[in-house]
Write a protein that binds this ligand. Structure first.
Ligand code: FAD
Length: 397
């Protein structure tokens, strides 16, 4: 049966972009889907050979300029990859997704030419990854004021503190650390970003075990114990690190919206297959019940609306005209709608839906990260509401 998402996507992107999306779908059907259950049951992170296979497809270099060995695409290609891989597993999709949208993007945004030349070719080839070190044990939504500090030393900086919830930590060669450098500065002008090698003395990584979501994705806690880095490690402008982080997150939020829609698309297809096959009462399939049809149609409407809206915004992002609030709004809405609908999708399939092999329970769990990650929906609402109430926003400045 044709995926319902494919029918919508074909009309929203170019033939070349759709062919790329289908190639990633083929890869995911053959190289990801058959192994997912075993990986999950063994609580195993994504195997390195699968990461290498994704790298060979060019997925880590999608948005990197050709001069650095990338594919020269935009966020649109990244989002198509997220839809194709996320259809089976968000945690598989987030591995190249975060490597590109959170690891490579800050370097592209404000890296110096020598930093780009030193890192982008290997990042684009998937031989290395950068992780995004914004969140800390004591600083989640309140990320503008990190507890991690960087103090001036002769010719460089000394970093102390801890980052957590760091996606791809297990595979990262470097982490971009957001650290307080100017405590007395204005809000948003107190921090600086640093590129820190994970192998540096004083950098201690541990995997955060016990996570019930995104199970194949690596999530690390990384401590910095008097880590000394040279001035060349500064990414962007000193004291302007928060701007680097929030600008990066705009693209990341569109990617998270794509993951939410990918889960919804999987659920819709699983349900429409199942309700046409499952026979109950009078030898007829359960898909004849109007309540079951209501859920299917609500999923279908949410998917079509979400894809149309998201791809419109992604094109704005690639053109450099996307308002920050729009990225927040589409992430809020796609994750909220999918999260409301997935439990209903499970319900219309009955008991079978709670089996891991059915797939819906995985997507239901993983949607939690779409609501909370890259800015929790509740916290983002404050920011997204500001343009609606400019006089109140001015009072809060
Ligand atoms: C699997 C996973 C992967 C992640 N990967 C990364 C990563 O690679 N790099 C990284 O830096 N971070 C990462 N994160 C962290 C993520 O971005 C944070 O979880 C998120 O920013 C929220 O922070 P918090 O969890 O500390 O929640 P808190 O800030 O403690 O907030 C808890 C809750 O309080 C409420 N709340 C907080 N502030 C407000 C507000 N202003 N208005 C209204 N309500 C509010 C909301 O309900 C919110 O969900 C990851 C998280 C997860 C779960």
């Amino acid at each position: 049966m044709l995926r319902q998402m494919d029918a919508y996507l074909e009309g929203l992107v170019s033939a070349e972009q759709f062919a790329f999306y289908q190639a990633v779908c083929d890869f995911a059907d053959k190289e990801i889907a058959p192994h997912l259950l075993a990986w999950e049951r063994q609580q195993q992170l994504l195997p390195e050979e699968t990461i290498a296979a994704m790298a060979a497809l060019g997925l880590f270099g999608l948005t990197v300029e050709e001069q650095y060995g990338g594919q020269g695409g935009g966020l649109l290609e990244l989002v198509l990859m997220g839809l194709a891989l996320g259809y089976h597993s968000q945690s598989v999709a987030i591995t190249p997704g975060a490597a590109v949208s959170l690891g490579i993007k800050p370097l592209q945004l404000c890296g110096r030419p020598e930093q780009k030349a030193a890192h982008l070719p290997e990042l684009a080839a998937g031989k290395r990854m950068f992780a995004f070190g914004l969140s800390e044990p004591g600083r989640g939504s309140d990320a503008a004021n990190p507890e991690t500090t960087a103090t001036r030393i002769d010719g460089g900086w000394r970093l102390r503190g801890e980052k957590c919830w760091t996606t791809n930590a297990r595979w990262a060669s470097h982490i971009i650390v957001h650290a307080l450098t100017n405590p007395e500065g204005r809000h948003g002008h107190r921090s600086t970003c640093f590129i820190v090698p994970m192998s540096h003395p004083g950098v201690h990584y541990r995997e955060m075990h016990g996570k019930t979501v995104w199970q194949q994705s690596s999530t690390g806690a990384i401590a910095f114990e008097d880590v000394e880095v040279p001035d060349e490690a500064v990414l962007g402008t000193v004291h302007e690190g928060f701007k680097v982080m929030v600008t990066t997150l705009n693209g990341g939020r569109l990617f998270i919206a794509a993951l939410a829609l990918a889960s919804l698309a999987f659920a819709l297809d699983a349900c429409r297959t199942y309700v046409q096959e499952r026979i109950q009462f009078a030898g007829l399939p359960i898909g004849r019940f109007q309540r079951v049809q209501d859920v299917l149609l609500d999923m279908d409407i949410a998917l079509q609306q979400g894809l149309t809206w998201l791809l419109h915004l992604v094109k704005q992002y690639d053109a450099g005209t996307l308002p920050r609030e729009s990225a927040a709004k589409v992430k809020i809405e796609c994750s909220r709608r999918a999260s409301e609908l997935l439990p209903l999708a499970m319900e219309i399939c009955g008991g079978v839906a709670c089996l891991d092999e059915f797939g819906l329970a995985r997507h239901c769990r993983d949607l939690f990260v779409c609501r909370v990650g890259e800015g929790s929906n509740f916290a983002l609402k404050t920011m997204a509401t500001r343009p609606l109430v400019p006089r109140i926003a001015a009072l809060l400045q």
